[in-house]
Design a protein around this ligand. Sequence first.
Ligand SMILES: *Cc1c(COP(=O)(O)O)cnc(C)c1O
Length: 672
Amino acid sequence: MGVDRSQLLAETENLETDERSGAIAKHSNNSTRLQRADFPNRNWTIEKSENLYRIGGWGEPYFSINAAGHVTVSPQGDRGGSLDLFELVNALRERNLSLPLLIRFSDILEHRIERLNACFAKAIARYNYAGTYRGVFPVKCNQQKHLVADIVRFGRPYQFGLEAGSKPELMIALAMLDTLGSLLICNGYKDREYMETAMLAQRLGQCPIVVLEQIEELPLAIEVSRSLGIEPMLGVRAKLSARGVGRWGTSSGDRAKFGLTIPEIIEVVDRLRSEGMLGSLQLLHYHIGSQISSISVIKEAIQEASKIYVELAQLGANMKYLDVGGGLGVDYDGSQTNFHASKNYTLQNYANDVIAEVKDACDERNVPVPMLISESGRAVSSHQSVLIFDVLSTSGVPADLPAIASDPEEEHPIIRNLSETYKSISVENYQEAFHDATQFKEEALSRFNFGYLSLTQRASADRLYWACCKRILEIARQQEYVPDDLEDLEKIMASIYYVNLSVFQSAPDSWAIDQLFPIMPIHRLDEEPTERGIIADLTCDSDGKIDQFIDLRDVKPVLEFHPLKSGEPYYLGLFLGGAYQEIMGNLHNLFGDTNAVHIHLTPKGYQIEHVVKGDTMTEVLSYVQYNAEDLVENIRRRSEQALLEKRITLQESQRLLQNYERSLGRYTYLSP
Ligand SMILES: *Cc1c(COP(=O)(O)O)cnc(C)c1O
């Protein structure tokens, strides 16, 4: 649908409009698209960089660009000061913190928690909702100790709690949560030990609610409660028929992995009643998947869940809580649409819809409204971290013309044809010229394979082809509409930017599920980025690359970069990666955890609250059972042998051993 998404930008997220949601435009188009070069060199401005990288869309209110052309961070949103990210990175490097470096801004986390709670408070006031909101953070989104500790600390004024989805997460939540009155939601599959531990936590003054995910957990819960003499707080997770869409669409529906079907929920009620324990059943939970892009899906789910809630109350359960799970989306591409990398609603829309729907359903049947719980993980933790990495080198497509014989008759006919095609390219025929050039190039290849074209001639043919592509691309970028068959041109001509990073370790969802994260240079933004390229990482895996980038419409196959300047670093930032990426990251090629720092804004500047050193090679090797000392000993023995046999000098062997030993204690990434 033809709504201009850029117009929508101004209106929503920041202002947190009071309206309940109305769905906003859809993505119109699924194909890749050429980037128009409407950014002439002469008067490049910071605003142009802002538009190009869409930082206003996804970055508000935390990230923007300053007059120096650097990305700035305002960790406290509109209220606080800001930091120059480029200068911060330089200062951290001077403290011996190498790239890649994960920078966490604890103030952003605080701001997110405040904002979530403020939106619910506003919705509650607006709809005269007689209940309260009590959020919990799902620990699985980011289990890092400093982060969980910050969430508990910042959440204290709101009695913000934690949600555990497994036994190890329960261990974290139990030990870390010490806010009076906050909730500890116990999800995930449970064995006796899990169940006992959760129920016993009541005796510590905590509010653990054991959510039954499977019908088999019911007899276990009853038995454990009997043997401990503890009356537990129980919940049921419902399989809603309202379904999420996209990646996590199968998290709900009758065939979903988790939750109880409606007949099973009735079975729980009957059984608890017959055991005299119906008073324990207090919570209804659902979770229809993460990153729900469309508010209509959220509404549909809350409508269905509210109905179930009301019915449960009327069946005699002691209903007090409705837990709407996660799913609150993050606008990765800043488009404010129902595209999978975006969301067509604001936090305030979300809170309003949830509160209003629940109130309507309860009022209708005269059931007291529940305390509302949300388990928003992505929306709370995504913004707080920025991953900074440097570009090591680039490789472009050689598009300069090869030397051609002065007498065209002397050249191979294919080369002649390509050369003539090149000369003929114009605005009138560029599309046709592309087809001609492509055809000649294919012909050149097949002649080469049959032995009729020399390697040198093939090199000339390839270069002429790329020269044609370059010229055609320059023309195509100026056009309002680009024909579909030219859409691959950007990809053909893309440079490769080699970066000091492992996609598998630091942005695993980009590799695993094609998730989009905003990526951009954090400096030189007052300069036109004249290059277009894709990102290739350090791993020896051809999947270790990023070749899809956020765009206003759909995605783009290349990102705009600046040419490297010799002797100067070029820093890129990957933003909004604070949820899920850290723990899902893996050790492919044995690249370990990156260095991480926690930065807190102070009136005078900033304070480095924590430094979490990345893995050393010794640590990474120990995960795969190598003992560093044994390895060194091995090398030592072999160099002694080589010395004996005079294959190595003493000096060489010392150097080798020194390098080997020193490396083991070092970071797994490349040093500058
Ligand atoms: C993953 C998960 C969440 C968090 O979802 P987000 O979309 O990140 O907010 C919440 N609840 C449950 C049960 C989950 O499995």
